[in-house]
Design a protein around this ligand. Structure first.
Ligand code: NAP
Length: 449
């Protein structure tokens, strides 16, 4: 697939590739946004004159650092840490930390770039950033994870602050890691600065619904797309990929909204449970025991575990990819469409390849891109920051109602921008355009900085 990109934008893209060699995921994320911008540039010549696109593609600051620590055997380990502070036009840099062996600068930049537009779409005052390390928490003891987090924060703290840069979790970074990171920040700075990290525990400054927010939000977004097409999630079969933070709460919310979630996955394979997944068992296996999905199949008689393979082989009406980037390719997309899938809501960041996206476009599948569909997580992080700033704590019901309204508004913003710029129903274009315009306007207001 190669979408038409105006020649001046193509030149910007080629420059991004030249200046950021061997960062394929970053190139892919940039290209997907630039492909949507032709009608915007036609209407706003000032964006070309002021080199707005060139400026948005260049991070404001990139930090790479050594993270030394000792494992339980006393052996010295060295990892590499990253924080890319991409764009602060709308507020402090905001975006998660990912701990996974695949992390390198190109992954962090792709995620940070997506984050700029996602955060803009929420309508909240947050800029875009992302970070992480090539550390693999899998199989590590709590003590090792703690030592790693303490070493990581010993360098990172100097770049953070509630008005500067506010990280959260992502793959491999959950409540446990946020706790250790916060503890070390507090110890070094001698400040109980609640607003410096989000995803905190409920007893020490965390917000209700933050844990559930990304999965709930992606499901609300699926529901919005179906409503726009005159139907609903009620009675639909759903397949979710992954079985981490986003996936588990997508399972919960889809079930609450009357759908039946019949399959989910991890990096070892997938489980199918035609009667509907048992969330309690899933949570026990994944959140408490940090185990494998094969353990789920051993405990639930109606479930079957498939080692390896693709969860997208399982027929469904609605797919919520919630594992990682480029996990859903053109073949998988074609299978989903053939099997009757009518909507895809991306819980993960960029889980669909460009070729898969094209398959869904051709088939007319309702498609919610990650930067819109999974924005509920960061939006609820912004609600956590609000509560921290006012030393307040909201109820679950109130916070969830706010999240649902935010997802409704994001869908409406994307749909409206798609209409306004001549691509009705194309939420990929709508998300890119609405996010870009909001950031660009703020950047212009601030002058050339
Ligand atoms: P998580 O709790 O660490 O769970 C990740 C899940 O995806 C696990 O089941 C993991 O399986 C699977 N996975 C990860 N990398 C994989 C790979 N390379 N191949 C196959 N499976 C893989 O992470 P999460 O927070 O749910 O994040 C999932 C996605 O949502 C990511 O794209 C993230 O950027 C995005 N996201 C997260 C948030 C948030 O609030 N957490 C917000 C917005 C977007 P294993 O356990 O077997 O590795």
């Amino acid at each position: 697939m190669d979408h038409a990109v105006p020649s001046n934008v193509e030149a910007v893209y080629e420059d991004v590739v030249r200046r950021n060699p061997a960062e394929g995921e970053f190139h892919q994320a940039v290209r997907e946004v630039l492909e949507s911008l032709a009608p915007v540039l036609a209407r706003h010549p000032e964006y070309t004159d002021l080199k707005t696109i060139e400026r948005i593609c260049e991070p404001e600051r990139q930090i790479i650092f050594r993270v030394p620590w000792t494992d339980d055997r006393g052996e010295v380990q060295i990892n590499r840490g990253f924080r890319v502070e991409f764009n602060s036009a709308l507020g402090p840099y905001k975006g998660g930390l990912r701990f996974h062996p695949s992390v390198y600068l190109g992954i962090v930049k792709f995620l940070g770039f997506e984050q700029i537009f996602k955060n803009a779409l929420t309508g909240m005052p947050i800029g875009g950033g992302k970070g992480g390390a090539d550390f693999d928490p899998k199989g590590r003891s709590d003590a090792e994870v703690m030592r790693f987090c303490q070493s990581f924060m010993t360098e990172l703290y100097r770049h953070l602050g509630e008005h500067t840069d506010v990280p959260a979790g992502d793959i491999g970074v959950g409540a446990r890691e946020i706790g250790y990171l916060f503890g070390q920040y507090k110890r070094i700075t001698n400040r109980y600065e609640s607003g410096v990290l989000t995803g905190k525990g409920l007893t020490w400054g965390g917000a209700r619904v933050r844990t559930e927010a990304t999965g709930y939000g992606a499901t609300f977004f699926a529901s919005e797309m179906l409503t726009a097409r005159g139907t609903s999630l009620e009675g639909r079969t759903v397949v979710v990929s992954g079985s981490g933070n986003v996936a588990l709460y997508a399972v919960e919310k889809a079930t609450q909204l009357g759908a039946k979630v019949i399959a989910c996955s991890d990096s070892g394979g997938y489980v199918v449970d035609e009667g509907g997944l048992d969330l309690q068992v899933l949570q026990q296996v994944k959140e408490v025991e940090r185990g494998r999905l094969s353990d789920y199949a051993e405990r639930v008689a109606s479930a079957r575990h498939v080692a390896g393979g693709s969860v997208w082989d399982v027929p469904c009406h609605v797919a919520i990819p919630s594992a990682t980037q480029n996990e859903l390719d053109a073949d998988a997309a074609a299978r989903l469409v053939r099997n009757g899938c009518i909507a895809v809501s991306e819980g993960a960041n960029m889980p669909s390849t460009p070729e898969a996206l094209e398959v869904f476009r051709q088939a007319g599948t309702a498609f919610g891109p990650g930067k819109a569909a999974n924005a509920g997580g960061v939006a609820t992080s912004a609600l956590e920051m609000q509560q921290n700033a006012s030393r307040d704590s909201w109820t679950f019901e109130h916070t969830e109602a706010r999240l649902e309204q935010i997802m409704h508004d994001i869908h409406a913003r994307c749909a409206q921008a798609a209409d306004e710029y001549g691509t009705p129903g194309d939420l990929v274009a709508g998300a890119n355009i609405a996010g870009f315009v909001r950031v660009a306007e703020a950047m212009h207001a601030h002058g050339l900085v």
